[in-house]
Ligand binder design. Structure first.
Ligand SMILES: Cc1cc2nc3c(=O)[nH]c(=O)nc-3n(C[C@H](O)[C@H](O)[C@H](O)COP(=O)(O)OP(=O)(O)OC[C@H]3O[C@@H](n4cnc5c(N)ncnc54)[C@H](O)[C@@H]3O)c2cc1C
Length: 425
């Protein structure tokens, strides 16, 4: 039977929506659609899928074989946390320009690398992401193609949504473009493989920056935040990493706005953001099976500097470099303050997430969700939250989501009550 990504990936709810299947299809038989639970996924026109070539499957990052092969790499390591860290050089970086840093997700290191590579004529174009002014239920973020420093400057921050890069990648077919691709680890891994191995892209020179990633949420995440704050009744832009008045880098705001005015700026601890994020509400299902926090194939990986560095409200970035050419860009970037970090400071800088992605992932991949290991490590609960949140919000809106949230907190209260009673007994 000829395979395609609907059979290998979408039907298992393993699609991240990166669009590599669409970018590689020689018959343009694939279209990326925004589905009813606000996830981006391929739709195949089987009349155009002429010889069932399976190219889409070859470059999908999340077929069963690739999920297992990626997780197998971790089994060979003494310390799974070392995945993506070993072999790199480590830096703390932040922009000297306070306004640029204010507009960035963390220290602005990603944008500084991108703008420097354009200025120094190392790349012709940057593929990354941007906000879109849109109504509730429509896409609030999309892939972005920037040819100038000014264009990159407009697109700082982190966008928590599934984003297909297929329209951008298609523009590279049969060209000799030099491109910097910025994205979450799975996107970077898939794009790197596609550009290196598919002959349509043989003359492309690609550099990559991975945004270290715990998980990606679907489009309902932003919708529900806007909806719950009553700002979702006309088109809005959403920057969930706003720093206005933030007391520290951890306490960023959710900002909803239009080009003309602010609709809401509120600490993420006073909106539903943190509860939804930490409990994997609206999480992409495949993120439970992803074993790559750092984006180990990228030339550079960048994350927020939390912990002792978060006292500075403007934020700093932790950077791992694996390519000397891009490392020189980072250390030589005129606007950046750059300090070296020790291996120990980097390897355990977000331990709960690296344990989740690099260690507990083995049980999530190899055992059923109801296995005792997956009950103990919390996967069953998070899986149910992710699954149920998408369905109740789609069917019942905020009323359904509020009910689910109160059921979730009732469970917490019952556990606390039990602990109290038994510890006193
Ligand atoms: C879904 C997601 C989950 C993350 N999870 C974590 C985490 O658990 N821990 C952690 O430390 N860091 C995480 N990060 C990374 C972190 O939020 C910052 O992106 C990183 O620190 C870089 O900050 P910066 O100030 O250097 O970037 P900036 O200078 O602000 O530049 C960010 C660049 O990334 C681009 N961009 C933003 N979102 C996307 C996207 N979804 N796809 C493609 N390009 C995008 C922007 O267009 C911009 O060019 C996550 C990021 C994302 C998108």
């Amino acid at each position: 039977m000829a395979l395609d990504v609907i059979k290998t990936t979408v039907s298992h709810d393993h699609c991240i929506g990166c669009g590599m299947c669409d970018a590689v299809c020689p018959y343009d038989a694939i279209e990326m659609i925004y589905n009813p639970v606000k996830e981006v996924e391929p739709s195949i026109d089987y009349d155009l899928c002429a010889d069932k070539c399976s190219a889409c499957v070859n470059f999908c990052p999340f077929t069963e074989e690739k999920i297992e092969a990626e997780a197998d790499k971790l089994l060979a390591l003494d310390n799974p946390n070392a995945h993506g860290v070993d072999g790199g050089n480590f830096y703390l970086a932040w922009d000297r320009d306070r306004d640029k840093r204010f507009r960035s997700a963390s220290g602005g290191a990603v944008s500084a690398i991108a703008t420097t590579m354009l200025e120094q004529d190392i790349v012709d174009v940057v593929f990354h992401a941007q906000m879109v002014l849109n109504d509730l239920g429509k896409e609030h973020y999309k892939v972005s193609v920037s040819h100038s420093v000014g264009e990159v400057e407009e697109k700082r921050s982190s966008f928590y949504a599934p984003i297909s890069f297929s329209s951008a990648i298609k523009t590279l077919r049969r060209t000799d473009t030099r491109v910097l691709i910025i994205g979450v680890p799975c996107l970077v891994r898939a794009a790197t493989e596609l550009l290196a191995e598919n002959k349509q892209f043989r003359n492309v020179r690609a550099y990559t920056v991975a945004l270290a990633c715990s998980h990606v949420t679907n489009g309902q995440f932003v919708d529900a935040l806007a909806d719950s704050e009553g700002v979702g009744y006309s088109p809005f832009l959403a920057n969930l990493r706003d720093k206005t008045g933030a007391p520290n880098a951890n306490a960023f705001n959710n900002r909803f706005f239009t080009q003309e005015k602010d609709l809401l700026i509120k600490s993420r601890f006073d909106t539903l953001f943190t509860t939804l994020w930490r409990n994997y509400f609206f999480s992409k299902n495949i993120c439970f099976k992803c074993s790559d926090f750092w984006g180990y194939t990228a030339d550079v990986s960048i994350k927020d500097a939390w912990g002792k560095w978060a006292a500075d409200p403007l934020g700093k970035s932790i950077v791992i470099t694996r390519n000397p050419e891009v490392e020189r860009v980072l250390t030589g970037a005129a606007s950046l303050e750059v300090q070296t970090l020790d291996y120990e400071e980097v390897i355990d800088c977000q331990p709960s997430t690296t344990r989740f992605k690099h260690d507990e992932v083995q049980d999530r991949i190899r055992k059923p969700v109801w296995a005792k290991e997956n009950i103990r490590n919390g996967y069953l609960k998070l899986y149910l939250y992710a699954w149920a949140s998408k369905r109740v919000y789609r069917l019942f809106g905020m009323r359904g989501l509020n009910l689910l949230l109160s059921l979730a907190s009732m469970k917490g209260k019952a556990r606390r009550f039990k602990r109290l009673v038994f510890s006193r007994a």
